[in-house]
Write a protein that binds this ligand. Structure first.
Ligand SMILES: [Zn+2]
Length: 78
């Protein structure tokens, strides 16, 4: 008799949390409120514009928009 799979631990979320998405409009708002203060860009989110991924990334703290290449360089420099 095979073991019944009553304990299914396949509880994984394939989608990232909504905080991972950043609209360009929101990024610009963040930039405005953050101002010229230095920011280590502690967390980056994918940038969306008009419902489409732009391929860029946005710092969720200061709203800086980084291209994919800039993101790689940012990661490598830390
Ligand atoms: Zn930042």
């Amino acid at each position: 008799m095979p073991a019944s799979p009553t304990e299914s631990n396949a509880v994984h979320c394939p989608r990232p949390s909504p905080a991972q998405d950043m609209k360009r409009k929101r990024a610009l708002e963040l930039q405005r409120s953050w101002g010229d203060r230095p920011c280590p860009h502690p967390a980056l989110a994918k940038e969306y514009d008009l419902g489409q991924r732009t391929g860029n990334f946005v710092c969720t703290q200061c709203g800086a928009i980084l291209s994919h290449r800039e993101k790689l360089e940012w990661k490598g420099s830390v």
